[in-house]
Design a protein around this ligand. Sequence first.
Ligand code: FES
Ligand SMILES: [Fe+2]
Length: 446
Amino acid sequence: MLDERIRDRFTDLHKFVEPDRVRREVYTDPQIFELEMQRIHETVWIYCGHESQVPKAGDYYTVQIGRQPMLMVRGSDGKVNVLYNRCPHRGNMMCGDRNGNTGEFFRCSYHAWTFHHDGKLRTIPMMESGYAGTRWGKDNPDCSMKRAARVENYRGFVFASLASDGPTLKEFLGESRVAFDDMCDRAPEGEVEVVPNCFRVIQHSNWKIFLENQLDALHPSVVHQSTGRAAHNIEKELAKKARSGEAPLSYHMLSAFATVTIDKWDAFQTINYPHGHCVLTGYMGLRPRDPDTLSYENTLEKAYGKKRMEEILAVNIHHVLIYPGLSVQSPLQQLRAVRPLGVDKTLTEIWHFRLKGAPEAIYRRSLAYYNLVNSPATLINADDLENFWKCHQGLASDGGDWVSFGRHFGRDIEKDGHVESGPNMGTSEAPMRGQMKAWAEYMRGA
Ligand code: FES
Ligand SMILES: [Fe+2]
């Protein structure tokens, strides 16, 4: 078995990960990638999608979990199921489209076996004459579509684990649940709704490079400086002309990359939790006093009362990373799901959400951030993608064996089961150290 062959080679996996540095093979070795898929992505809770992606019975969305093509489908009983996208007869893929509605049941395009939305076999053409007296038939579970071992939903966000044992979703998420709580609590109705559809970007680099970048607070003022500066110049001109003396908030989303200079990033903080999850505190100031924000706060106050509204809006997060596959920007209702496709090939799906019950203008703000910062068309994303690709190229060379995560090493503060970057050390590489610690634990089979 593949797992055993790899295990023989990597009995000394600890040699690849030290507390402040990691061997380059961790990013480039196809066998390590295979083991990662088995021990991490096909074991832990992986985000499948939001339940509003499949509102009606029969609605389905395809999703990749590790190397497994899966389907998220709404049953006629209202439940969301996660199934392997494979017919149990001769292995045909059940749904070739990315998403759609399968009707009252799934019907395989090859020999017309049909299945209920929960994967159970429904009919086989001429089943009696074809299969009487054989081991095949409705009572044999091998004749049904295989289900993900576990499926759970947290505030509308659906996760699946392909392993039958392990922590519950709530235990696994731990404090990183704040990503979904913060996003949903900001909605006057306490829920969000997905905006169809997503941007899909394929990066020619290892999946971990993307995740490490998410809480890398040093890079924005370097990598995104030119974009930020260009936006800031226009912002100043518009502000001069505007009666309010302020440019539209969307300019601020880009100009912050220039105005928050490299030294200021140290003022923010990273909080690193077990399982590799981490939070970067906010820096943008998302409570301007414009009429749109005031009307939104009014709606929120009506729904929750003043005290609770203040608590909700006081949550100060820029980014939550849920290892190993999710990056959430809750105050702006953005989510990126990371799907490794190969050792040097990674898909990201970039989604955004509507706050149910919030004024349209607040949705437009989320859309602006989605288009200006996270979309594949923006310079911000292009700046990052170029560095991801270049990193992978460098790591594939013989120019050095180690990747360094030494910034502010030894100065992290451990308390109450988590690790914080030290005071005025927001650019610490503590999040990467935390991610690699979790990686090594998973890879050891812990
Ligand atoms: S492969 Fe699906 S019915 Fe034959
Ligand atoms: Fe970036």
